[in-house]
Design a protein around this ligand. Structure first.
Ligand code: 6R9
Length: 638
């Protein structure tokens, strides 16, 4: 693209600005030449919530459904229109003001997938407060850490919720987080709690959490909203924010150290989210869009909330899990709500593709048009299954590559326009300039494997790490000066398609052969008995490093000596003898973060057999017990 600046400003023109600015993208990526910064349309005044709500209502979408909410228990459901959403957001904006929240203050939000979550986010945006959403699956420690780091003033939470049969004591977790914060010398001013449990059904066998209210700090969402209603307000006052005023902070776990609070600002992020949802999901007025990602992750922010609402879409908010009450739940919902655009993760696809095909095909998927995936490389069998079984070979598949830091997709097909190749996120999004560099930072042209960087700024990128700009520069701009470094490795093929292979620190060097762990994983997951696999590097006295493979077998399969031999042989055949795993470790599961990422850090420690090593923060794992099980089943030598 010759003139990204002109292009992005023309996109911004479709949105509402109280004051326009002719400035475009201004940036410096080279820390040797001065401060690293990125700005877009500095000096313009706008408001994200106004663009999501009033702007659409003025276009006649007031009575259009903004969200369809479906609870954990089938049948728990509700809808809210754009007009109703505006009323709720306006009231909650007043509630926040009454609580003393001002422009620039940080509001922590720790809520399940309920309608109050986007309401709270939009209310913050409306008054210029900065939201910091903490995924409701995080532990008290993780919440405390995030509240403390951002010095959040107030917390919005709920009493509790259910995921499948499991009850989550959200308020108790929040209370624990406060006492941790208190010990660290940071007290939260007030807590607003949604009484969610009394309006949803309890799953069979689950025990509803007991909730304690602290009279000094806690108040109830509904009571606060009633008080705001009594003021008879129509719509609350809008804060016209500057383009570069922070919109939100979102924490992403660093592979080491404390989580990084990435800061996204107003106009650039808004313009990028709007255009990404519009073009990648080919937004149409009668769409029902379902982004399955929790709003606590960047995908939920950009697509589940902002991208969807900016485009006036109807979208789904699902509080449950894909395998409850059974593994057909997702397809039941696609049929029930006539979903046309579905955005999910390769992990979800892989977990569902093992079930009998009828679990999918018993439900109508006729309305589906686009199937998107994000979060990790999708292996070919999963891509094909999604295309064939779910999409009936008539849906476009969009494999979108991006990061919390990038705000929106960087490599992605455009549906119907970009011919796809299973497993490749294809080509750069508008104005994105990918560069593959070798370890010395030399950019390589043509067909090549390298470190994935971006040479030019784009409007949606994070501007800094909250309170630590030096860390921002060190993490993203110091490895290859002048370039934004993603931390991922990628290959560009003969057609200029990009294949993201995974984090570059997942590379291993066996007797001088540089191997990508994901390359080996790909062979392993192709094996008919293997459901999931992760490969890490283990030290070896003569070879330097060797691949150590963790494999989760499909149900009813056991890892016999013959099978181990067969699996190793398969890798020998497909990649080469040097790539054959030294150890094949039969695992009952892999340690994963709640966003579905395998924590290789932990797997490396287990592979090394270092019982004394510090596992680091394990609070973000779905199931901490997996670690103990992996230690128990660790084979000595094979
Ligand atoms: C949006 C999101 C970012 C990391 C990223 C990369 C991996 C995401 C991918 C992908 C291959 C894709 N990743 N999408 N790898 N193909 N389509 O997931 O953000 O949680 O910050 O993760 O996820 O390794 O660097 P985040």
């Amino acid at each position: 693209m010759e003139e990204p600046n002109k292009f992005w400003k023309s996109v911004a023109k479709e949105l509402h600005f109280e004051k326009w600015s002719d400035k475009g993208l201004e940036y410096n990526f080279d820390h040797q030449k001065g401060e690293v910064f990125v700005k877009f349309m500095e000096g313009a005044k706008t408001n994200m919530a106004y663009n999501c709500l009033e702007r659409n209502i003025q276009k006649g979408l007031g009575s259009k459904i903004a969200y369809i909410w479906e609870g954990n228990e089938p049948g728990d459901q509700m809808t809210i229109t754009y007009q109703e959403l505006l009323e709720q957001v306006s009231k909650f904006a007043e509630v926040l003001r009454t609580k003393g929240v001002k422009k620039g203050d940080v509001v922590a939000i720790y809520l399940p997938m309920t309608i109050e979550l986007p309401i709270a986010m939009l209310a913050c945006a409306r008054i210029g407060a900065i939201h910091s959403v903490v995924f409701a699956g995080f532990s008290s420690d993780a919440l405390a850490n995030r509240i403390h780091q951002a010095k959040a003033k107030i917390l919005i939470t709920a009493d509790g919720f259910y995921r499948g049969h499991k009850a989550i004591d959200l308020k108790t977790l929040a209370d624990k987080a406060f006492s941790i914060c208190h010990d660290q010398g940071h007290d939260i001013d007030s807590v607003i709690m949604v009484e969610h449990l009394k309006r949803i059904r309890t799953p069979q066998g689950a025990i509803p959490p007991e909730v304690k209210i602290n009279k000094k700090t806690d108040s109830l969402w509904n009571k606060e909203m009633e008080a705001a209603s009594s003021k008879n307000l129509q719509t609350s006052k809008i804060e016209w924010n500057d383009s570069e005023d922070p919109l939100f902070i979102l924490y992403t776990s660093g592979s080491t150290g404390t989580p990084k609070g990435l800061v996204h600002t107003t106009t650039g992020y808004m313009t990028y989210a709007y255009e990404a949802a519009k073009k990648i999901f080919d937004s149409k007025p009668d769409d029902v869009f379902w982004c399955t990602a929790d709003i606590g992750w960047i995908t939920g922010h950009t697509f589940g909330v902002y991208g969807a609402l900016l485009n006036g879409m109807t979208s789904m908010l699902f509080e449950g899990v894909p395998n409850y009450p059974d593994a057909s739940r997702m397809w039941q919902l696609v049929e029930k709500y006539k979903v046309s655009k579905l955005y999910t993760s390769p992990t979800a696809v892989r977990s569902l593709m093992d079930c009998p095909t009828e679990m999918v095909t018993d439900y109508s998927r006729d309305t589906l048009k686009i199937l998107g995936v994000v979060g990790e490389p999708i292996n070919r069998p999963a891509w094909r299954w999604l295309h064939k079984v779910v999409g009936g070979e008539k849906c476009a598949i969009v494999d979108t590559y991006w990061q919390t830091e990038t705000g929106g997709p960087m490599l992605t097909p455009l549906p119907g326009a970009t011919p796809t190749k299973p497993g490749s996120a294809t080509m750069p999004f508008f104005g994105v300039d990918p560069v593959l560099v070798d370890d010395q930072g030399v950019a390589k042209k043509g067909q090549i494997d390298g470190n994935l960087c971006f040479a030019r700024a784009w409007p949606g990128m994070a501007r800094t790490i909250w309170g630590d700009h030096a860390r921002f520069i060190k993490t993203y701009f110091s490895t290859f000066p002048g370039l934004y470094f993603t931390g991922d490795g990628a290959r560009r093929d003969q057609d200029s398609y990009y294949w993201v292979g995974g984090r570059v620190d997942d590379k291993l060097n066996v007797s001088g052969h540089l191997l990508s762990t994901s390359e080996i994983e790909c062979v392993l997951t192709h094996h008919p008995t293997v459901q999931e696999a992760a490969v890490v590097a283990a030290p070896h006295p003569s070879k330097g490093q060797v691949p150590y493979a963790f494999v989760v077998l499909k149900q009813s399969r056991t890892l016999t000596a013959d099978l181990i031999h067969e699996i190793k042989q398969e890798v020998r055949n497909k990649i080469g003898p040097f790539a054959a795993p030294e150890v094949v470790h039969g695992a009952c599961g892999l340690p994963k973060t709640r966003s579905g990422k395998i924590t290789r850090r932990i797997l490396r420690i287990i592979a090394e057999g270092d019982h004394k090593a510090n596992l680091g923060d394990t609070s973000t794992l779905i199931d901490e017990q997996v670690i103990a099980h992996l230690w128990e089943t660790r084979p000595d030598v094979q």
